[in-house]
Design a protein. Structure first.
Length: 592
């Protein structure tokens, strides 16, 4: 089921959705000089034989070279558009129904559109966007302006695409959902447990509603854009959908306020939550199949004064890697970490703020050391990903199964390795240290600014210094930094004062890189993330400092003197390699 587009709805969308032209971000860097065929040859997109065949086809059909390339399958629209855009100096679009406003289409009579091989796409701020295969035909543009009384913004589209979409756009009753027009009905499939839920009642609840399509669209787009979370929030005039991409929230849509309760109800049904209960928080989960792969969704609702806020955590197993060697850890640091994991017993801590990748690092460590000869047990809240050969225990407050109580039970299960999702309180810390002292390798996480601070945090929880000195094997501190967008990366020269502030000791006259911001990266300048790491391995000197309860600054000074990998050093190395910007390192790493 689809709904008609509100012509004003585009004005409500964020800037990056106001003009949904699918321009290739590489268009600006494509050489515009010379014939199209020669430029495609220079870019190694086609061979000489392909070019000759396309030129012969062009001569026979009397069409443009780009059209011949498409018909013969030598290149795709995505490959050709940047070259044509640079040659013509206008945007190029890959036409699809989701770009069309049905009301704008009707501004041009069908006979006129077919005769002039044009298609009106949508109207934005008094300008009519029109697709044509010849955007430099000023006479044609002038005729459209006289006919519509509007200023025309011409964009390039291939003739075959224009004719294909025209046939559909001028059909009687043509209707388009502004955000779900191109969504395949089977693109997202909810995995329902028939024993727990009545499928018929679900379909009765939302039968004939576009809400299913909208929710499916949000999930599918979040997966494709590699978002970690979907935030759906109410406000007085509209609702807001934001995706957390690379650690930052990006506004994606503003659905109408009147359909917000239906969106929340649909999500609750998917997660098997109580749709009638709106006054208390609820948590649930479900599994969907999107683009042919299974994805887990963890769903949380929170009552606010304007309605329920929903957050969906997207757990895409195929996007993650639990290979310690593929996390971007530098070789010297990786060597120290693997040495820590070879210890037969002791406590290994991974520290960092929420969302810094600690759980991924721990899972990768378990993947490295697991075997049929080892009994590995974890206690987590929640269990995000399931690992073969690892016994994973879910914390359950309702059944009074907390970290500490679960950990005590695990110790009676003859474990070799124990992973504690997080040391949150003194009781869990005491049991974890005791387990490390009695012949078990214990892996866990802490929320601290750096590796050295983990020592004082454990002592603040009541761990005796002599016990911590004997149990601690090492601490790994980490952060996730955003990497420069490859589509808009530029060079710049930071000031000497800034380089001094970040303690950069290299060539102060060299250039660094950062993203300028483009459509591909939502104008952030960043696309993707990688880790920076700091490792504090335990040795006799550190054990003595811990046993003597040395002040934090004394331990930190000793750490600096040892030359161990540090967060700042790891970040500056990434900036030197132009993988990220100095500003991003300064934002992420705490600098004295």
């Amino acid at each position: 089921m689809s709904v008609a587009v509100d012509p004003n709805s585009f004005a409500e969308l964020p800037d990056h959705l106001t003009l949904p032209l699918e321009m290739d971000p590489n268009a600006s860097i494509v050489e515009s000089k010379g014939p199209l065929g020669q430029r495609l040859l220079s870019a190694d997109l086609i061979g000489q034989e392909d070019l000759e065949a396309a030129l012969n086809h062009q001569s026979e059909k009397g069409q443009k070279l780009g059209e011949s390339m498409l018909e013969l399958g030598f290149a795709s629209e995505e490959q050709l558009l940047p070259f044509i855009e640079s040659q013509l100096g206008v945007p190029g679009v890959k036409l699809r129904e989701g770009l069309l406003d049905p009301l704008a289409v009707q501004l041009l009579p069908r006979s006129f559109a077919e005769a002039h091989k044009v298609l009106a796409l949508f109207r934005v701020h008094g300008r009519l966007v029109v697709a044509t295969d010849d955007p430099q035909d000023l006479d044609k543009i002038d005729r459209i302006e006289r006919l519509t009384g509007l200023d025309v913004l011409p964009v390039f589209a291939f003739l075959a695409s224009i004719e294909r979409i025209q046939q559909r756009a001028y059909e009687d009753g043509f209707r388009v959902d502004a955000v779900t027009a191109d969504l395949d009905g089977s693109a997202v499939e909810l995995q329902l447990d028939r024993e727990d839920i009545d499928v018929a009642s679900v379909h009765d609840l939302v039968d004939g509603s576009p809400v299913i399509n909208l929710v499916n669209y949000l999930v599918l787009q979040a997966i494709r854009k590699q978002a970690s979370d979907i935030h759906i929030e109410p406000s007085r005039k509209f609702s807001t959908v934001r995706f957390r991409i690379d650690g930052h929230l990006v506004e994606m849509l503003r659905p109408r306020r009147d359909i917000f309760p239906a969106i929340v109800s649909r999500i609750k049904v998917m997660a098997k939550l109580d749709i009638a209960e709106q006054r208390v928080p609820q948590d649930g989960r479900c599994q969907v199949v999107a683009d042919g792969k299974e994805v887990d969704l963890r769903i949380s609702t929170l009552p606010t004064v304007l309605g329920e806020k929903v957050v969906i955590r997207v757990l895409d197993k195929q996007r993650l890697t639990f290979d310690l060697h593929k996390l971007g850890i530098p070789d010297p640091t990786l060597s120290i970490i693997t040495d820590l994991l070879k210890k037969p017993y002791g406590l290994v801590l991974v520290s960092g703020p929420t969302g810094s990748g600690k759980t991924t690092t721990l899972y990768s460590a378990l993947e490295l050391i697991k075997s049929v000869s080892r009994n590995i047990v974890t206690v987590e809240d929640p269990v995000e990903y399931q690992i073969e050969l690892v016994n994973q225990v879910q914390v359950d407050s309702a059944r009074k199964l907390q970290f500490a109580t679960a950990l005590r039970s695990i110790l009676r299960q003859d474990p070799d390795v124990i992973m504690v999702g997080e040391i949150r309180d003194a009781e869990t810390a005491q049991v974890a240290v005791q387990a490390a002292l009695t012949g078990h390798l214990v892996l866990s996480t802490l929320h601290t600014n750096d590796s050295v601070s983990a020592i004082t945090r454990m002592m603040d929880m009541g761990i005796e210094s002599y016990k911590l000195a004997a149990a601690l094997v090492g601490v790994v501190a980490q952060r996730l930094v955003r990497t420069n967008c490859p589509h808009c990366k530029t060079t710049y020269f930071p000031s000497a004062e800034f380089l001094e502030a970040v303690h950069y000791e290299g060539d102060t006259h060299r250039s660094f890189s950062k993203g300028a911001g483009c459509r591909e990266c939502f104008d952030t300048g960043f696309k993707g993330r990688t880790g920076i790491y700091e490792v504090l391995p335990s040795n006799s000197q550190l054990r003595q400092l811990i046993a003597e309860e040395a002040p934090l600054e004394t331990v930190r000074k000793w750490f600096d003197e040892q030359g161990f990998p540090s967060l700042l050093g790891s970040g500056l190395e990434l900036a030197e390699n132009e993988a990220t910007s100095l500003d991003e390192i300064a934002r992420i790493v705490f600098i004295d």
